[in-house]
Design a protein around this ligand. Structure first.
Ligand code: ACO
Length: 387
């Protein structure tokens, strides 16, 4: 009793709790720099603007995984390996089809990715080379799984991959059943590139927590998918678009936002744990809105509402509270332009982020240490069991 008392007093004096691990460092990494003060983002030293202008998702995936941009022959080999891994085992297609009616797409994706290990003879081989092969498998197959979910959700048949197409073009083909235009491929590919990596965000951290027990890559990525699903993380893009539909017209935006804020509601697609300024990814996606806004009356209306909310939110909470648009705010109109249904937004986020997840896991395993933080116990002690 006495000992506990002393320990508690000492702890009160020395323990500083970082709720939500805010501001806490747990490892070093050479993969990604998020500069939340200046609104800058770098993958392996390259700014996101530089990569969005000159690179593509396949090349960026190689960069994240290998730490350097590929030579031409290395990129060709990487792309060929992605193509080889696209087809899904028929059992996985059955699983997706069987649970489509009952389940939300993120549950289906999580279940299908978890089940993939049963069809991978290397599932529990934890060598560096096997983990690199499994990363490529996951990047490739998660796109096929997500396209299949999209097909079955609209009661259409699964479409086999087309290996004449690149990763992004093939995803759109497997989802829609027709070949996308160059403009659509470029815009979708840029979305994947922008979402591919973001340092130790909640889902990446959860991938590393699972991986740090020396569990396997399928278990770790399954954890990441479960974590990405939350409305405070990956699902915010879906909810941001639902909000635009609820608002209906730019004329209603002011009243809607005022009511929401006075009711203490959070506006989805705004605010970030690290960025206290404009998210640089949101800036790039905002430029895309300018490119697509005249494509249809529906897209134009969504873009107009978005711009109105953006102006209001920056005035009300931007400069004063550091709550600015994040990557999820402008995504909805872009995916609407691409014909990606709203319930696939978060799975598409995972299709992209899997490159970052795998890269962090491979890096962490180079110098693995079990992740096991402490909580500060505030309950009772030495209670007597009732007799
Ligand atoms: N709208 C209105 N107010 C907000 C918002 C928002 N989007 N975000 C934060 N705030 C307010 C909070 O209500 C809180 O106010 P209070 O101090 O008066 O209570 C204050 O800002 C601080 O908020 P916290 O939740 O402590 O800040 P945190 O760093 O934990 O928040 C988060 C980060 C969770 C992303 C938050 O901004 C949020 O909920 N945003 C909406 C969801 C969203 O867009 N998520 C996607 C993030 S990006 C990504 O994961 C890909």
């Amino acid at each position: 009793m006495e000992i506990n008392k002393v320990t508690k007093e000492q702890s009160d004096f020395s323990v500083k709790i970082n709720y939500g691990l805010e501001g806490a460092y747990f490892t070093e990494s050479k993969i990604c720099k998020v500069d939340g003060v200046n609104g800058k983002l770098y993958y392996r030293g390259y700014s996101i603007e530089e990569l969005a202008s000159h690179s593509n998702f396949e090349e960026v995936s190689f960069l994240l995984l290998n730490g350097k941009l590929p030579r031409k022959d290395e990129l060709e080999e990487f792309s060929a390996n992605l193509k080889k891994e696209r087809e899904l085992p028929k059992e996985i297609v059955h699983i997706i089809k069987n649970i489509t009616k009952k389940e939300d797409p993120m549950h289906i994706l999580r279940t299908a990715v978890s089940a993939l290990s049963a069809y991978d003879p290397e599932a529990d081989v934890n060598t560096k080379e096997a983990n690199m092969r499994k990363s490529i498998r996951l990047i490739s197959k998660m796109a096929s799984i997500t396209a299949a979910i999209g097909r079955f959700k609209t009661e259409k048949e699964y479409i086999a991959p087309d290996n004449s197409l690149g990763h992004s073009a093939n995803f759109l083909y497997m989802l829609h059943g027709n070949k996308p235009s160059e403009k659509e491929i470029k815009i979708f590919d840029r979305m994947l590139l922008l979402h591919a990596e973001h340092s130790s965000n909640a889902s990446t951290f959860s991938v590393l927590v699972t991986g740090s027990t020396l569990s396997d890559i399928y278990s770790a990525i399954t954890s990441g998918i479960g974590t990405l699903k939350g409305p405070l993380h990956g699902e915010a893009d879906e909810n941001a678009l639902r909000m635009l539909y609820e608002i209906k017209s730019p004329d209603n935006a002011e009243r809607y936002i005022n009511d929401a804020l006075s009711g203490k509601q959070r506006i989805m697609g705004f605010g970030h744990r690290v960025y206290k300024t404009y998210d640089p990814r949101a800036r790039v996606i905002r430029e895309t809105l300018e490119e697509i806004k005249s494509s249809s009356p529906e897209v134009k209306n969504l873009v107009d509402i978005s711009f109105k909310i953006e102006t209001m939110m920056i005035e009300k909470l931007g400069r004063s509270h550091g709550i600015w648009p994040n990557v999820d705010f402008f995504s909805g109109p872009v995916y609407t332009y691409l014909g990606v249904p709203i319930e696939l937004f978060t799975p598409v986020f995972a299709v992209s982020r899997v490159s970052g997840w795998c890269s962090h896991l491979l890096e962490y395993w180079e110098n693995n240490r079990l992740i096991r933080p402490l909580d500060y116990y505030t309950g009772e002690l030495d209670l007597k069991y009732p007799k």
